[in-house]
Design a protein around this ligand. Structure first.
Ligand code: GN1
Ligand code: MG
Length: 345
């Protein structure tokens, strides 16, 4: 992926003394580390096919930063670096362009690709809970929706049904077993619709991408803060708790092809609930507190749906690095869903 010279210039990174390396494994944005003058930064190119209005992200982040500075001044917030023109994002038009932004690399911090202990899951869940709690006085509805209907399970299900009508016929035939499994569990969509109509469920400032690599840890494995605020939008807590379940519970990642290795780590489940409630206990209603288990099912099922829909639509959204990549990912998520559902938690 190409970084335009104008971007490097805007951030003072032009010239031979800058070392740039690829960083992380996100599926949507491109990320690099930049080292210059003894300082380290994170440079990111936002995928503008997915985030159609990158300025909306910048505006959300500025407003959240201003709110936290006023009402939670002790909260550690990893604010973006302001470029030469005073903006927090540089947009370059054209095919080789894109929207770029830079964050300072927090000294002494690290992120993790996988959660390996219940303590890490607790720490991460606490930070995501804390983020939402500290913003409980901020009117979530005033945030821009950076990806419309991002976690709307009903819409995702309709998109899946549409793909079954209009997608690649060969791939539809090949996916028959997984399509069947998705259809058999559509009561999870009905449950989501009940939640949408339940006054016991509140819309809050929600992160929507709670994988462990979006948490910064210090050297003692104490979590410092959450990062990657691109999908911070109004939402339900089941999105955040659910994506932690989806990504911290399994023994292997969504990329694992050997499904016999997929198992649910029960201690991770309890650590997520405990960590999240350590901040959100007084915020959540009784109805919400009864939905932790559903949260996991909701997010795993939605991810299976999204991967399978994308496979049928010829990998337009996620891309594929080998044939049937998204079919394998969907199969992985359905095994995980089955393992979680079978557990009496
Ligand atoms: C995408 O880019 P990344 O890996 O942070 C996706 C998430 C999925 C995830 C699955 C904007 O996140 O919703 O859960 O892939 N983000 C977007 O790996 O679609
Ligand atoms: Mg992300």
């Amino acid at each position: 992926m190409y970084i335009p010279q104008a971007v490097l210039t805007a951030y003072g990174f032009a010239g031979p003394d800058t070392v740039i390396n690829a960083f992380g494994t996100g599926l949507i944005n491109h990320t690099w580390t930049v080292t210059r003058g003894g300082k380290k930064y994170i440079l990111q190119r936002i995928n503008t096919q997915v985030f159609l209005q990158p300025e909306a992200i910048a505006d959300n982040i500025s407003r959240i930063a201003a709110y936290l500075a006023e009402y939670a001044p002790d909260y550690f917030f990893a604010a973006p670096v302001i470029a030469a023109d005073g903006k927090q994002m540089i947009t370059i038009e054209g095919e080789l362009g894109g929207s770029f932004r830079v964050f300072p690399f927090v000294p002494g911090s690290h992120s993790k690709e996988v959660a390996t202990s219940a303590n890490q899951a607790f720490e991460a869940a606490k930070q995501f809970g804390r983020f939402t709690r500290l913003l409980s006085g901020f009117d979530a509805q005033t945030l821009h929706t950076t990806i419309p209907s991002f976690h709307d399970l009903s819409l995702r299900y309709r998109q899946f049904l549409l793909a079954l009508e209009q997608g690649n016929p060969e791939r539809i035939r090949q996916s028959a077993a997984l399509i069947q499994q998705i259809k058999e569990q559509s009561q999870l969509v009905n449950r989501f619709e009940e939640i949408q109509n339940d006054p016991g469920f509140r819309i809050r400032v929600t992160h929507h991408d709670t994988k462990i690599s979006n948490v910064l840890f210090d050297e003692q494995d104490h979590a410092l803060c959450v990062i990657d605020l691109d999908t911070v939008m109004p939402g339900y807590f089941i999105s955040d708790v659910g994506d932690m379940m989806r990504t911290y519970l399994p023994t292997v990642s969504e990329e694992e092809k050997d499904f016999s290795k997929i198992d649910v780590r029960e201690d991770m489940y309890h650590a997520i609930v405990k960590g999240y409630l350590s901040e959100m206990d007084e915020e959540l209603s009784a109805a919400e507190k009864e939905s932790f288990f559903y949260a996991g099912q909701f997010m795993i099922y939605m991810q299976a749906l999204r991967f399978l829909t994308d496979h049928i639509n010829q990998d337009l959204y996620y891309g594929a690095s080998y044939p049937d990549h998204n079919l394998v990912r969907a199969g992985n998520q359905l095994v995980l869903l089955q393992k979680l559902t079978a557990m009496a938690l």
